[in-house]
Design a binder for this molecule. Structure first.
Ligand SMILES: *Cc1c(COP(=O)(O)O)cnc(C)c1O
Length: 399
């Protein structure tokens, strides 16, 4: 057994079940283990590493800032916050941003904003506001957010949960409309459900939800922590449906694979429910994070990574669909967010991931049946061909 893994098992909380590999170095689409073996990273840290590992421009921006200032808290102004928020708002069609660190914190921020908006703008009776989410959602791991989850394992043993949280079927606009009451503050939705197994709703679903929300004066909050920033072949997955939500949640790739950086973005009317002292985060919006976040956005735009994801995603998906294995039930996804559904009568997704590992491909199962392929968006066509060869030989080794 590996000593590093043994020690981690001794000291670390066992809240994950990592594949048996110790990563010590990364560069671009590749990582290396403690034996010097090189892998293609098809996980990208759940899409946090869309720019690739240690992108030189991001590392350089971070280094430069590290000679100036890293953390001051928002007790004071810093010169880096406004330029970052200005760029994020411009690119996403929003007016204001509230900086946090992790995705879950930004989701909590969105829910707090929606509740206060319901009381102060919509006129919902105090403490009666409702938030509607979808079956199969993943919005993070805080108490309130797992209270929104339909996943037994995420909830069991962690209750009681806050009231005012409801769920409706995903990809079912009629179910949303039925669930809305005069007390509904917001509908929170992922344009594609990532953790639920890359579940892609019908074209026009989000558009219908947006119309329903508008009709009933309900906020549409899009959680694009995983689907945003080019991953699905557009800057935002909402863009595929021509939807601009009332509130937008970004994280993961916003930190350029270097730091936790998240944002809640919205129109002015919604964000302005927050007054000084209502909400905060010690590290949220620190200069180091802002510099990295701004450069992450600049690289996405200048290198046209959303378009890269659209083109290469289509190619990658077509190549995967050509693989002739009877245990592949479905290949689905959008851009470079791709799921391979495994028939559980043959193998678990975990077994497939373990086979991929032996052929130098890093991936991770989501639930028992789906293998996720979400490489850094900087991957090239030739590298996808190499990956396909390895994936093929891994799948062959299973049969
Ligand atoms: C990862 C993820 C989150 C949670 O982000 P953390 O940084 O892990 O808190 C929330 N929503 C979606 C859609 C995600 O993929």
């Amino acid at each position: 057994m590996n000593k590093t893994i043994d020690k981690e098992k001794q000291y670390c909380a066992q809240n994950y079940l990592p594949l048996p590999v110790v990563i010590v170095r990364g560069r671009g689409i590749h990582v290396w283990d403690d034996q010097g073996r090189r892998y293609i990273d098809m996980m990208s840290a759940y899409s946090a590493v869309s720019h690739g590992h240690l992108h030189p421009r991001l590392v350089s921006a971070m280094h430069t800032q590290l000679t100036q200032l890293a953390v001051v808290s928002r007790a004071f102004h810093s010169d880096k916050l406004a330029p970052f928020l200005e760029k994020a708002c411009e690119l996403m069609g929003m007016e204001r941003g509230l900086p946090m660190n992790t995705g879950a914190e930004a989701v909590e921020t969105a829910i707090k904003a929606a509740r206060k908006w319901a009381y102060t703008v919509k006129g919902v009776e105090l403490n009666k506001a409702e938030i509607i989410a979808c079956e199969g959602n993943f919005h993070g791991r805080t108490i309130a957010i797992v209270g929104l989850s339909s996943e037994k394992q995420y909830r069991d043993g962690f209750g009681p949960f806050p009231p005012g949280l409801k769920r409706v079927r995903y990809n079912d606009p009629a179910a949303l409309e039925e669930a809305i009451t005069p007390n509904t503050a917001a509908f929170i939705v992922e344009p594609i459900q990532g953790e639920n197994g890359i579940v892609v709703p019908d074209r026009g679903y989000l558009q219908r939800c947006a119309e329903i929300c508008k009709k009933h004066n309900v906020l549409l909050l899009c959680d694009e922590i995983q689907t945003g920033l080019g991953r699905t072949g557009a800057m935002l997955a909402c863009n595929h449906d021509n939807v601009i939500p009332d509130g937008l949640i970004l994280g993961k790739a916003l930190g350029g694979g270097l730091l936790p950086v998240s944002l809640f973005l919205s129109k002015r009317e919604l964000m302005d429910v927050f007054e000084p002292g209502d909400h905060g985060s010690t590290f949220g919006g620190n200069p180091l994070a802002c510099v990295v976040g701004l450069e992450a956005l600049n690289v996405l735009v200048e290198k046209q990574l959303p378009k890269q994801a659209a083109d290469l995603g289509e190619y990658f998906m077509a190549r995967l669909k050509d693989l002739p294995h009877p245990f592949i039930k479905e290949i689905r996804g959008r851009g470079l967010l791709i799921g391979m559904e495994i028939d559980p009568n043959y193998f678990t997704a975990r077994q497939v991931c373990e086979a991929l590992l032996t052929k130098n491909i890093l991936s991770k199962e989501t639930h028992d049946t789906v293998v996720r392929f979400a490489p850094p968006l900087v991957i090239t066509k030739a590298e996808i061909d190499t990956a396909i060869d390895s994936i093929e030989s891994a799948l062959n080794s299973l049969t």
